[in-house]
Design a binder for this molecule. Structure first.
Ligand SMILES: Cc1ncc(COP(=O)(O)O)c(C=O)c1O
Length: 384
């Protein structure tokens, strides 16, 4: 007799990108040159000082042992010092900070700590799928989607009917997949709404350092201390493969997350945690250090190049102020558009993969060089 998935796994929606991935694999097998704007994984290398620090720490046998599930104390201290410099927020490293195996793990595990089966979790639509699936569905909770509209700069309208009886709400700015950023006023409104309705705000700030022009991303904790905020070294320092992130905020929320984690994982390797001090210690006040600014400059140049090219091809597209994603309206089915691109050897992500409200849009990750972007634009011109 075949084994049967648990209902919560069966309740996960079908993996929409599987079909595209299969087609890509078939094209690669045939030797077709693919330009992949699909995955949000930096193509730039981890800055040398961080790689060298990790190599050095790896040599020390002290760092070969189990780390602490809540994070090493000096790593938590480095996060606290950075929050003070970067956001002017004071954190108690023992009670208000947890180190994560990348922020994804914390975003999902916090729901295990606070959401009972059948309770509501508010999830943006479109969104990073982990909130609705990894958190709500895998906790047997009800994922209640609230739409984000382009005309509202992809920020929720709290005057509309967002249910006020949910346990938790996820918000993410700078935003994946839309590239939208939140103004200080908007974020303050969101924090206040969550406090007024006793909804736990899980604020995903994974892209806080990947912003352009004059925009500086705030922390939700600047506007209240009852939320939990998630951050990551993944995108800021090109470290997606190292698995290091953090959660900060309300001591009860942090304690719940740590309690779940203590039963499931044993933390990010110590030699990787040691790099946090070097990475965040490179900040001098609020502005980005060179090792971060260099990457942001590369993404900004790519953003400008591709937006200019897409506008020339007739797309109505704004310059995003955050993240390395472009999200734009293709005036029809997002899957049809993605398939058409694929025929030209270009991978883009159909917006519907991020929720029904993403339909009509596609997402491009700026993880290809300027030469490859130029090549992709030339290919597009031929087929559009
Ligand atoms: C919005 C958002 N949050 C969190 C993550 C998770 O990042 P990590 O687990 O590498 O910290 C990602 C990764 O793509 C993301 O796009």
């Amino acid at each position: 007799m075949a084994y049967d998935f648990a209902d919560r796994l069966k309740n996960l929606p079908p993996y929409l990108f599987a079909e595209i991935e299969e087609k890509v694999a078939r094209k690669i097998e045939k030797g077709i040159d693919i330009i992949d704007f699909g995955i949000g994984d930096p193509d730039l290398p981890t800055p040398r000082p961080l790689v060298e620090e990790i190599q050095k720490q790896l040599e020390d046998p002290v760092n070969h042992r189990y780390p602490s599930a809540q994070g090493e104390s000096d790593t938590r201290l480095a996060i606290a010092e950075w929050y003070q410099k970067r956001f002017n927020v004071d954190l108690d490293p023992d009670r208000e900070i947890a180190i994560l195996l990348g922020s994804k793990e914390g975003l999902a595990n916090v729901a295990r700590a606070f959401v009972n089966p059948g309770e509501k979790v508010l999830c943006p639509d479109p969104a990073y799928p982990v909130y609705s699936q990894g958190a709500a569905t895998l906790c047997d909770a009800i994922s209640v989607k609230f739409p984000l509209y382009e005309e509202d700069n992809f920020f929720p309208n709290f005057n509309n009917d967002i249910p006020q009886d949910a346990k938790m709400m996820y918000l993410n700015y700078p935003n994946n997949p839309t590239g939208a950023v939140a103004s200080r006023e908007d974020l303050q409104k969101a924090v206040q709404w969550c406090e007024d309705t006793n909804t736990i705000l899980c604020y995903d700030n994974a892209y806080s350092e990947m912003t352009f022009d004059d925009y500086i991303a705030p922390s939700a904790l600047e506007f209240g201390r009852r939320s939990i905020e998630f951050g990551s070294l993944s995108k800021t320092f090109n470290m997606t493969g190292y698995r290091i992130g953090y959660a900060v905020g309300d001591p009860i929320l942090i304690a719940g997350l740590k309690k779940v984690k203590s039963q499931i994982d044993s933390g990010t390797p110590k030699f990787i945690q040691k790099a946090v001090d070097v990475a965040l210690g490179s900040y001098d006040g609020r502005s980005r250090p060179k090792i971060v600014q260099d990457s942001v400059d590369v993404y900004r140049r790519r953003r400008d190049l591709i937006v200019r090219g897409l506008r020339e091809l007739g797309f109505d597209i704004k310059l995003p102020k955050g993240t390395f994603y472009l999200f734009f309206n293709v005036g029809g089915s997002s899957i049809d558009f993605a398939n058409k691109m694929l025929d030209a050897g270009i991978v883009v992500t159909p917006g519907i993969g991020f929720g029904n409200s993403g339909e009509g849009f596609v997402r491009l990750a700026l993880t290809q060089s300027e030469d490859r972007i130029t090549e992709a634009l030339e290919r597009m011109e031929k087929i559009l």
